[in-house]
Design a protein around this ligand. Structure first.
Ligand SMILES: [Ca+2]
Ligand SMILES: [Ca+2]
Length: 210
């Protein structure tokens, strides 16, 4: 009997999570300075989700046969366009809209976008980033911050950092923003890959000479 009850509970929780997950329609950035033709979508998971889960959902989603990734905000224009077209329309109640983006930082490292695009634009909310990794196992990620408390919007198009498993009941990160682009720059090889590549080229040269 207990097993059946557990199965029922599990089924109900799956149903609830599916039913509360709200998909929007991807919107294309076609006009204005910096417009890149990419599509963007904000998805409300309906409940707390970690950055890893959001990243996995984003990289397995497709639009027009283009695979998505968590959005990368690499210019003031992109920052404002995403804010005005995806986030602002949702700011109708006195609640927070916190959505994962595709930026992370590891302990002792630098901020990186999941696409390998250069980290050259920043638009931090005052006081951010303030959750930088303090342990070798820590990774933090970047999120849009839009808190609308008591009908007063206290933050707008700014970004903040948060631990990838951030969970505070009053400030749940339940959204994630996906970007679909088919003109991604070629990924920059990791230093270790470059070293291996260099060694194998050296090996080929050696064999050719000998
Ligand atoms: Ca981008
Ligand atoms: Ca923070």
């Amino acid at each position: 009997m207990k097993i059946i009850f557990n199965v029922m509970l599990y089924s109900i929780s799956i149903f609830l999570s599916v039913a509360s997950c709200a998909y929007s329609t991807p919107v294309q950035w076609t006009q204005g300075t910096g417009s890149n033709g990419n599509w963007y979508e904000i998805i409300d998971n309906g409940s707390y989700l970690t950055w890893n889960t959001a990243n996995s959902y984003a990289t397995t989603s497709q639009h027009n046969e283009i695979t998505g990734h968590l959005a990368t905000i690499t210019s003031a224009e992109e920052n404002m366009w995403v804010y005005q077209n995806l986030i602002q329309p949702l700011m109708t109640g006195s609640y927070s809209i916190l959505g994962w983006l595709g930026g992370t930082i590891a302990y002792g490292g630098n901020w990186e976008w999941v696409t390998g695009e250069p980290w050259s634009y920043e638009n931090w909310y005052p006081g951010e980033p303030n959750n930088l990794p303090t342990q070798p196992s820590d990774i933090d990620a970047v999120t849009f911050v839009n808190r609308n408390i008591s009908q007063v919007i206290i933050t707008q198009e700014k970004l903040a950092d948060a631990p990838i498993d951030w969970y505070i009941p009053s400030l749940i990160i339940s959204y994630y923003i996906v970007e679909f682009e088919d003109n991604l720059p070629a990924a920059i090889p990791e230093p270790a890959t470059l070293l291996l590549l260099g060694l194998s080229i050296a090996g080929i040269r050696h064999r050719i000479r000998s």
